[in-house]
Design a protein around this ligand. Sequence first.
Ligand SMILES: [Mg+2]
Length: 276
Amino acid sequence: MVKGIIVIMPKNQSTCWVVTDIDGTLMDHNYDFKPALETLNWLSAIGVPVIPCTSKTASEVRLLRKTIKLKSPFIVENGGAVYGNKGNSDEEWVLPLGKTFASLRPLLDVISKRLNYPLRALTDLSLAEVRDLTGLDESAMSLALKREWSVPFLNPSGADMSKLSKIASDLNVSIYRGNRMSHLISKETHKGQAVLALKKHLAQNDVLIIGLGDSPNDLPMLDIVDIAVVIPSGCGPNPHLKQGVAEGKYLLAPAPHAVGWGQIVKEIVSQKIKEI
Ligand SMILES: [Mg+2]
């Protein structure tokens, strides 16, 4: 752990960020984040920004930010872009970090053909299929479908994953598998790269970052933060993240989803405050 950090800085600048995945990490699979609210409010009071880093769209994150009163920048679509507000206004800046949906979408069909496996984009499913997959209501579904920087598709359960990765790599794109669906994005794009780009954009090279995630798509982010935390589900940590926990690379939250999130973030940040 890094010692001697200063958590609160003047002029709304902080030397500590909490960068967090949303689905399965800050929220459980019923999209409940309430158990984390006390810690979220406390972080807001002491001036530690919470930066969403998610596969969700900008439209979805804007609604979430409003609900939990976040003002900090946000990383969307697995690192496809970073957004933030200009000063205290509603006007936003955007940092594009990968190809757009329009240029990525045809590549899913190319991969499908080369793989000889029907990959189905989220945006091509019926609303009933999206509802069954995501559990979202109609207005939330419309926000989830506003893809700008990635192409989510149904997890290809019967496909040859190593062949899929090879074909994707040849086309200069990457595929990340999440709990509910997979995501096609530019090869150079991932959550870790987006965090580094945000640090550079805000000229905050000395910031101490606590990163939290629950799935393989969080690994590039967990691997570049200062304190990496794996949030388990009710069945324990994701199998792909277990090794990092066992090796001590990642801390493991003491409880699933928002409950564990609230407890471990408060514990880590409290400890940092004591070290000032
Ligand atoms: Mg997740």
